[in-house]
Design a protein around this ligand. Structure first.
Ligand SMILES: [Zn+2]
Length: 214
Protein backbone atom coordinates (compact mmCIF):
# COMPACT_ATOMS: atom_id res chain seq x y z
CA UNK A 1 0.00 0.00 0.00
CA UNK A 2 1.44 3.33 -1.02
CA UNK A 3 2.31 6.11 1.35
CA UNK A 4 -0.08 8.97 1.98
CA UNK A 5 1.49 11.43 -0.45
CA UNK A 6 1.41 8.87 -3.26
CA UNK A 7 -2.21 7.99 -2.50
CA UNK A 8 -3.19 11.67 -2.64
CA UNK A 9 -1.33 12.17 -5.93
CA UNK A 10 -3.08 9.11 -7.40
CA UNK A 11 -6.48 10.51 -6.37
CA UNK A 12 -5.73 13.91 -7.88
CA UNK A 13 -4.55 12.33 -11.11
CA UNK A 14 -7.52 9.96 -11.38
CA UNK A 15 -10.05 12.77 -10.85
CA UNK A 16 -8.26 15.42 -12.92
CA UNK A 17 -10.93 15.13 -15.64
CA UNK A 18 -13.68 16.23 -13.24
CA UNK A 19 -14.33 19.93 -13.71
CA UNK A 20 -15.09 22.24 -10.87
CA UNK A 21 -18.86 22.85 -10.70
CA UNK A 22 -19.90 26.33 -11.85
CA UNK A 23 -22.66 26.42 -9.26
CA UNK A 24 -23.90 24.13 -6.52
CA UNK A 25 -27.59 24.47 -5.82
CA UNK A 26 -28.32 25.03 -2.15
CA UNK A 27 -31.41 24.06 -0.18
CA UNK A 28 -33.61 26.65 1.53
CA UNK A 29 -35.12 24.36 4.19
CA UNK A 30 -33.07 26.02 6.92
CA UNK A 31 -31.01 23.01 8.01
CA UNK A 32 -29.06 22.14 4.86
CA UNK A 33 -26.39 24.28 3.21
CA UNK A 34 -28.15 27.30 1.72
CA UNK A 35 -27.14 29.04 -1.50
CA UNK A 36 -24.73 31.42 0.22
CA UNK A 37 -22.92 28.54 1.92
CA UNK A 38 -22.75 26.61 -1.35
CA UNK A 39 -21.28 29.69 -3.05
CA UNK A 40 -18.75 29.98 -0.21
CA UNK A 41 -17.88 26.30 -0.52
CA UNK A 42 -17.12 26.73 -4.21
CA UNK A 43 -14.92 29.77 -3.58
CA UNK A 44 -13.13 27.90 -0.81
CA UNK A 45 -12.86 24.71 -2.83
CA UNK A 46 -9.84 26.05 -4.74
CA UNK A 47 -8.22 26.62 -1.39
CA UNK A 48 -9.38 23.41 0.24
CA UNK A 49 -5.84 22.29 0.16
CA UNK A 50 -5.00 19.01 1.67
CA UNK A 51 -4.44 20.54 5.05
CA UNK A 52 -6.61 20.80 8.11
CA UNK A 53 -5.40 24.15 9.34
CA UNK A 54 -8.73 25.95 8.83
CA UNK A 55 -11.64 24.51 10.81
CA UNK A 56 -14.22 26.61 8.98
CA UNK A 57 -13.26 25.23 5.62
CA UNK A 58 -13.21 21.69 6.94
CA UNK A 59 -16.60 21.98 8.65
CA UNK A 60 -18.29 23.53 5.61
CA UNK A 61 -17.00 20.62 3.56
CA UNK A 62 -18.23 18.12 6.18
CA UNK A 63 -21.67 19.77 6.22
CA UNK A 64 -21.74 19.63 2.44
CA UNK A 65 -20.91 15.91 2.41
CA UNK A 66 -23.87 15.28 4.71
CA UNK A 67 -26.34 17.13 2.42
CA UNK A 68 -24.73 16.38 -0.95
CA UNK A 69 -26.88 14.76 -3.63
CA UNK A 70 -29.78 14.22 -1.18
CA UNK A 71 -30.79 17.89 -0.96
CA UNK A 72 -27.83 19.96 -2.12
CA UNK A 73 -26.38 19.98 -5.61
CA UNK A 74 -26.08 17.07 -7.99
CA UNK A 75 -23.96 13.93 -8.26
CA UNK A 76 -21.30 15.56 -10.46
CA UNK A 77 -20.64 18.19 -7.77
CA UNK A 78 -20.11 15.46 -5.19
CA UNK A 79 -17.64 13.60 -7.41
CA UNK A 80 -15.55 16.78 -7.69
CA UNK A 81 -15.12 16.77 -3.91
CA UNK A 82 -14.27 13.05 -3.59
CA UNK A 83 -10.46 13.39 -3.94
CA UNK A 84 -10.46 16.42 -1.62
CA UNK A 85 -12.43 14.60 1.09
CA UNK A 86 -10.31 11.45 0.85
CA UNK A 87 -7.13 13.54 0.92
CA UNK A 88 -8.29 15.15 4.15
CA UNK A 89 -9.22 11.73 5.58
CA UNK A 90 -5.72 10.48 4.77
CA UNK A 91 -4.30 13.40 6.74
CA UNK A 92 -6.75 12.87 9.61
CA UNK A 93 -8.45 9.47 9.67
CA UNK A 94 -11.45 10.76 11.69
CA UNK A 95 -12.07 13.83 9.54
CA UNK A 96 -15.57 12.60 8.63
CA UNK A 97 -18.12 12.31 11.42
CA UNK A 98 -20.26 9.84 9.47
CA UNK A 99 -18.01 7.91 7.11
CA UNK A 100 -20.85 5.60 6.13
CA UNK A 101 -22.73 8.55 4.64
CA UNK A 102 -19.73 9.54 2.54
CA UNK A 103 -19.02 6.00 1.36
CA UNK A 104 -22.70 5.36 0.70
CA UNK A 105 -22.75 8.44 -1.52
CA UNK A 106 -19.80 7.04 -3.49
CA UNK A 107 -22.10 4.13 -4.35
CA UNK A 108 -24.98 6.50 -5.14
CA UNK A 109 -22.64 8.49 -7.38
CA UNK A 110 -22.04 5.42 -9.54
CA UNK A 111 -18.69 4.26 -8.10
CA UNK A 112 -19.14 0.76 -9.52
CA UNK A 113 -19.17 2.19 -13.06
CA UNK A 114 -16.29 4.63 -12.62
CA UNK A 115 -13.01 4.24 -14.52
CA UNK A 116 -10.48 1.75 -13.17
CA UNK A 117 -8.10 4.52 -12.11
CA UNK A 118 -10.80 6.29 -10.10
CA UNK A 119 -11.95 3.07 -8.44
CA UNK A 120 -8.41 1.92 -7.66
CA UNK A 121 -7.32 5.27 -6.21
CA UNK A 122 -10.45 5.47 -4.04
CA UNK A 123 -10.13 1.87 -2.85
CA UNK A 124 -6.45 2.37 -1.95
CA UNK A 125 -7.27 5.59 -0.07
CA UNK A 126 -10.19 3.99 1.79
CA UNK A 127 -8.02 1.04 2.80
CA UNK A 128 -5.36 3.37 4.18
CA UNK A 129 -7.83 5.56 6.08
CA UNK A 130 -9.54 2.54 7.63
CA UNK A 131 -6.13 1.06 8.52
CA UNK A 132 -5.06 4.32 10.19
CA UNK A 133 -8.31 4.32 12.18
CA UNK A 134 -7.85 0.73 13.32
CA UNK A 135 -4.29 1.44 14.42
CA UNK A 136 -5.64 4.33 16.49
CA UNK A 137 -8.24 2.01 18.10
CA UNK A 138 -11.08 3.84 16.37
CA UNK A 139 -14.57 2.36 16.82
CA UNK A 140 -15.58 3.44 13.32
CA UNK A 141 -14.70 0.22 11.47
CA UNK A 142 -18.34 -0.83 11.32
CA UNK A 143 -19.31 2.59 10.07
CA UNK A 144 -16.80 2.44 7.21
CA UNK A 145 -17.50 -1.19 6.42
CA UNK A 146 -21.26 -0.81 6.04
CA UNK A 147 -20.51 1.70 3.29
CA UNK A 148 -17.62 -0.22 1.75
CA UNK A 149 -19.77 -3.34 1.31
CA UNK A 150 -21.88 -1.45 -1.25
CA UNK A 151 -18.81 -0.81 -3.41
CA UNK A 152 -17.18 -3.16 -5.90
CA UNK A 153 -13.90 -3.33 -4.01
CA UNK A 154 -12.10 -6.18 -2.29
CA UNK A 155 -14.12 -6.57 0.91
CA UNK A 156 -11.61 -9.21 2.00
CA UNK A 157 -8.77 -6.69 1.99
CA UNK A 158 -10.73 -4.52 4.41
CA UNK A 159 -11.52 -7.45 6.71
CA UNK A 160 -7.85 -8.51 6.60
CA UNK A 161 -6.96 -5.15 8.18
CA UNK A 162 -8.49 -6.43 11.43
CA UNK A 163 -6.01 -9.31 11.61
CA UNK A 164 -2.87 -7.21 11.98
CA UNK A 165 -1.05 -6.14 15.12
CA UNK A 166 -2.61 -3.41 17.27
CA UNK A 167 -6.11 -4.06 15.98
CA UNK A 168 -7.63 -5.59 19.12
CA UNK A 169 -9.87 -2.67 20.14
CA UNK A 170 -11.37 -2.19 16.68
CA UNK A 171 -11.77 -5.95 16.25
CA UNK A 172 -13.63 -6.31 19.56
CA UNK A 173 -15.87 -3.33 18.85
CA UNK A 174 -16.79 -4.69 15.47
CA UNK A 175 -17.54 -8.17 16.77
CA UNK A 176 -19.58 -6.84 19.68
CA UNK A 177 -21.61 -4.60 17.39
CA UNK A 178 -22.68 -7.58 15.31
CA UNK A 179 -23.34 -9.91 18.24
CA UNK A 180 -25.51 -7.70 20.43
CA UNK A 181 -27.20 -10.38 22.49
CA UNK A 182 -26.16 -13.89 21.72
CA UNK A 183 -23.60 -15.96 19.94
CA UNK A 184 -26.20 -17.75 17.84
CA UNK A 185 -25.18 -15.84 14.76
CA UNK A 186 -23.99 -12.41 13.69
CA UNK A 187 -26.58 -9.71 13.19
CA UNK A 188 -26.02 -7.92 9.91
CA UNK A 189 -28.43 -5.10 10.58
CA UNK A 190 -28.16 -1.46 11.49
CA UNK A 191 -27.68 1.74 9.56
CA UNK A 192 -26.74 0.92 5.96
CA UNK A 193 -26.34 -2.80 6.64
CA UNK A 194 -30.12 -3.23 6.21
CA UNK A 195 -29.98 -1.98 2.63
CA UNK A 196 -27.23 -4.34 1.50
CA UNK A 197 -28.06 -7.64 -0.22
CA UNK A 198 -26.59 -10.66 1.59
CA UNK A 199 -24.15 -11.44 -1.24
CA UNK A 200 -22.50 -8.06 -0.59
CA UNK A 201 -22.07 -8.80 3.11
CA UNK A 202 -21.03 -12.44 2.73
CA UNK A 203 -17.32 -11.89 3.37
CA UNK A 204 -18.06 -9.87 6.51
CA UNK A 205 -20.53 -12.52 7.67
CA UNK A 206 -17.99 -15.29 7.08
CA UNK A 207 -15.33 -13.37 8.95
CA UNK A 208 -17.64 -12.83 11.94
CA UNK A 209 -18.64 -16.49 12.06
CA UNK A 210 -14.95 -17.51 12.01
CA UNK A 211 -14.08 -15.42 15.08
CA UNK A 212 -13.78 -16.99 18.51
CA UNK A 213 -16.20 -15.53 21.11
CA UNK A 214 -14.72 -12.56 22.94
ZN1 LIG B 1 -32.75 21.06 3.09
Amino acid sequence: MGNIETLIEDLQMAFSDIEKPKKIKGCDCGSCLDQNQCDDLLVLSDRIELTLDDDNKASLLCDYIFDAVWTVGVTKDFIYFVPKVLGLCLRQYDFLESPNIFVNKLAMAGFNEWSASKKMSVEAALLKVVELGIQSSSDEFDNWMSGVCALDVSHQKFMDLLDGDGTEVSRRNFIQYHYPESWEGPRMTGPYWDDLPSDKTQIVHNWLVSQPPI
